[in-house]
Design a protein around this ligand. Structure first.
Ligand code: S3P
Length: 171
């Protein structure tokens, strides 16, 4: 069975777009972790944060990582904060290929223009928030060996790079 591909990275780095394309090219299923959590909780991420708290959301993410780490044949789009618990990356890396997508804050701002689904970027100076959260997390993202900066790349180009790596290392 094919090993999982797990796309990690800050919001707006292309995890969902690239993940969908990769999955269709590989004939694998794309699974968006946020979407699974939203479906199971029956409310959007913004409401989980405001009603139950961020710690509760992180615990749901942690449980889902444990569950998905036992599966195969999936392309998984992880939430941007998955790196906050290094055990998540360790679990995913055991059997799967973990890829970290990066992008410049200005590109992220453009891609998330008009988005209202991300509680950590709600209200106020969005670019400032993007910069400051990336700053606090960048050492954690840096830990992932395979890194792709998507700022200047098309979705196809990012998928090509991941496939090269996946096919070359999937024997
Ligand atoms: C978050 C990223 C979001 C979502 C939640 C928190 C983060 O996922 O999990 O809003 O902490 O970076 P995406 O990266 O899929 O937008």
């Amino acid at each position: 069975m094919n090993r999982n591909i797990i796309l990690v990275g800050f919001m707006g780095t292309g995890k969902t777009a690239v993940g969908n394309l990769l999955a269709s090219r590989l004939g694998m299923e794309f699974l968006d972790m946020d979407q699974v959590i939203v479906d199971r909780q029956g409310k959007p991420v913004s409401r989980i944060f405001s009603e139950d708290g961020e710690a509760y959301f992180r615990a749901l993410e942690r449980d889902l990582v444990r569950e998905l780490s036992r599966s195969s044949g999936l392309v998984i789009g992880a939430g941007g904060g998955i790196v906050l618990d290094p055990d998540n990356i360790e679990d995913f890396s055991r059997e799967g290929l973990v890829v970290c997508l990066r992008a410049r804050p200005e590109a992220i701002l453009k891609r998330l223009d008009g988005d209202t689904t991300r509680p950590l970027l709600a209200d106020g100076d969005k670019l400032g928030k993007i910069r400051s959260i990336i700053n606090t997390r960048s050492a954690l993202y840096d830990e992932i060996p395979l890194q792709i900066d998507t700022t200047e790349l098309s979705i196809d180009q990012v998928a090509d790079r991941i496939l090269e790596f996946y096919n070359g290392n999937n024997a």
